[in-house]
Ligand binder design. Structure first.
Ligand code: NAP
Length: 284
C-alpha cells in the first residue's frame, strides 16, 4: 500500500523509530553507506511515543518510508504489527521493518549482527562444542538463537535471575542449559566461547567480575557492551591472548541487512566505518 505522497522519483528513505531515539548511531552508519555507495536515499530519526507507534508503523509508507529500524520500547509491538521471519519470531522482537510488495515484513538483525561479527573477528569459533552466555534478556535471545542455529552443541545460559534463563532455555530446546551465576567458574574451563549479553561492564553499571584465566587457551570472548569500546572483560581476554569480538562490531554488522532490504545493495563493514563510529562514541 504505497501512498499518494510517496512519488516514484523521490529518493527512498528509512528511519529509526524509538522513544527516546536521539542517541542512536544508526544515522551515522547508514549515511556512510549511502554516501560511499553513491545511493540517493535518506535515513532519519523519528521519535514516536508508544501510544502513536501503531498508527505510525501501519502508515510507514504514507510517511514516505521504505522501511525502518525499531528500537526501545517498540520492538515487541513492531513484531505484532508485521509479518515476522523466523528470527524475529524466535527472539520475540523485531528491529527491522521493510515492505515485501504491500506486506510489512520484519526481522531481528541482532542475530546476524552477532554471528557475522563473530565470523569476522574469530573465524571458526562456531566449531566450539560449548558456549557460555551471560544474561537472559532481549540481546541474549538473539545470541542464543544464533548459536543454536549454528549448531553449538551445548549453550550454558547463565543469569542472575535463574527463572529467566530457564524460561529462555525451555523455548530454545535441549541444547540450551540454564545455570545460576554461581556455576560460572565450573563452566568456563570447557567453554570455547564466552558471550556477555548483560549490561555489566557498561559505563555507569557494575563491573563484570569473572576470571578469564579459567577459559581454555583457544577460547573466544565476545562482549555486546560497546560503551566503553574496550570493556574490562575484553581487555582481560586480550591480555591473556584470547580472540575477542566486540559490541561495536555487532552493532555495525546488524545494520547491514536493513540497508540491503531498503536500498538494494549489500554494504560492507569497513575499517573506515568502524573508525567513524568509534570516533563518535569516544566524543560522547
Ligand atoms: P535487558 O533485556 O534489560 O537484559 C539485561 C540482562 O543483564 C539481564 O539478563 C539481567 O539479568 C542482566 N543484568 C543487569 N544488571 C545485572 C547485574 N547487576 N548483575 C547481573 N546481571 C545483570 O537488556 P538487553 O537488551 O538484553 O541488553 C543487554 C546489553 O547488550 C546492553 O548493554 C546493550 O547495550 C547490549 N546490546 C548490544 C548490542 C550490540 O549491537 N552490540 C545489541 C543489543 C544489546 P536479570 O534477568 O537477572 O535482571
Amino acid at each position: 500500500m504505497r501512498s499518494e505522497t510517496t512519488s516514484e522519483t523521490k529518493a527512498p528513505a528509512a528511519c529509526l523509530i524509538g522513544w527516546p531515539a536521539a542517541h542512536s548511531r544508526s544515522p551515522l552508519i547508514h549515511h556512510y553507506w549511502l554516501r560511499t555507495l553513491g545511493i540517493e536515499g535518506g535515513y532519519v530519526i523519528e521519535a514516536v511515543p508508544p501510544d502513536e507507534f501503531g498508527d505510525f508503523v501501519l502508515r510507514l509508507s504514507t510517511h514516505g518510508f521504505v522501511g525502518a529500524n525499531v528500537t526501545r520500547p517498540h520492538k515487541e509491538r513492531a513484531l505484532a504489527l508485521s509479518v515476522p521471519d523466523d528470527r524475529a519470531r524466535a527472539v520475540g522482537a523485531a528491529n527491522t521493518l521493510w515492505y515485501d510488495g504491500t506486506e510489512l515484513r520484519s526481522t531481528n538483525t541482532d542475530v546476524e549482527g552477532f554471528v557475522d561479527n563473530l565470523d569476522a573477528a574469530a573465524p571458526g569459533c562456531d566449531k566450539a562444542e560449548e558456549a557460555v552466555v551471560l544474561g537472559a534478556g532481549g540481546a541474549a535471545r538473539a545470541v542464543v538463537f544464533g548459536l543454536v542455529e549454528r549448531g553449538i552443541r551445548r549453550v550454558h545460559l547463565v543469569n542472575r535471575t535463574l527463572a529467566r534463563a530457564s524460561a529462555l532455555a525451555d523455548q530454545f530446546g535441549a541444547s540450551v542449559h540454564p545455570a545460576s551465576w554461581a556455576a560460572i567458574a565450573g563452566l568456563l574451563p570447557q567453554a570455547g566461547l564466552l558471550v556477555n549479553t548483560t549490561s555489566l561492564g557498561m559505563h555507569g553499571q557494575p563491573a563484570l567480575v569473572l576470571d578469564v584465566g579459567l577459559l581454555p587457551q583457544n577460547a573466544v570472548v565476545a562482549d555486546l557492551v560497546y560503551v566503553p569500546l574496550q570493556t574490562p572483560l575484553l581487555s582481560a581476554a586480550r591480555a591473556r591472548g584470547l580472540k575477542t569480538a566486540d559490541g561495536l562490531g555487532m552493532l555495525l554488522h546488524q545494520a547491514v541487512r536493513g540497508f540491503e532490504l531498503w536500498f538494494g545493495q549489500r554494504p560492507q563493514v569497513t575499517s573506515e566505518l568502524r573508525a567513524l563510529v568509534e570516533a563518535d562514541l569516544t566524543r560522547a
